[in-house]
Design a protein around this ligand. Sequence first.
Ligand code: PEP
Ligand code: MN
Length: 337
Amino acid sequence: MIVLMAAKASAGQIADVVERVTKAGFSVRRSGMERVVLGVTGAGRAPTPDLLDGLSGIAEISVDGPEYRLVSRAFQAEDSQIDVGGGVVVGGERLVVMAGPCSVEDPETVNRVAASVAAAGAHILRGGAYKPRTSPYAFQGLGEEGLYLLRQAAAANGLLTISEVMEPSQIPLAAHYCDILQIGARNMQNFTLLRELGRSRRPVMLKRGPAATLEEWLAAAEYVAACGNPDILLCERGIRTFERATRNTLDLSAVPAVKARSHLPIVVDPSHGTGVRDHVLPMAKAAVAAGADAIIVEVHPEPERAVSDGAQSLRLEQFDRLMDELRPVAEAVGRTV
Ligand code: PEP
Ligand code: MN
């Protein structure tokens, strides 16, 4: 339920609403600059307007509508700007760039990639330590050692870190080593994981499921927000269609469509979105032109040798070129890199 307070509502009237709904066991989140908006949610049950009977200073109460409320534009009209640490803000004027290997493989490779992408201007180092692999026989990730190597390589080069968690038990360790926790496409509707990440204080990047509609994706983000964590980045990484020329179909129309519905920042992943190294640069530029707040790309010094996703990993010099070519596109849409 979203409660829009009257423009002239007093602090006391707002406090009365908050007290009434909290006493009834619901949680309240506040937003709005000129007019206060209160998002009222409950785990597994919905509040009804009669709860607020007799209270004053309320302009409007909306109960129906989409399955997401806290992440909706109705709840917060302004774009969210998410401070992910070290002065890096996603959703502001600066385009944020995340880059790194698909998997953390060994110290040499991750250090080489980190030094190279940092010199080219990336802000955040990516690298999987817990890998969701289609086959149980494929490389499954280095676990804690991978997280440690990622953090070391990032720290040595002034970068932040992002890595995927696949189950709740991995959250404390990953939160220790990483600035942002990634929920992979395959886990977009792992509700237990979403709830646990909602209780954690680390920013979360929620990838879109390969077969998820926008509404389902935003409802998944709502789980994280409803459990108390407002620091959510959405990541478009391609959806499954009939087309086989690319690994997935990168749905760039999701960028404006999400922005119309939600205040959360959006990241685009042209690596998983295309699966083809040579398609990453044009689609990264298109993503920025479409309004993406950040991009995430896979980079490897010797993609032929990569233990996962080599075919879509940029070579180091290709990443340099990507940064050079992104700058004028970013500027053309009013952003800096
Ligand atoms: C990844 O980022 O390497 C990954 C597995 O991504 P996705 O969940 O989008 O497939
Ligand atoms: Mn990958």
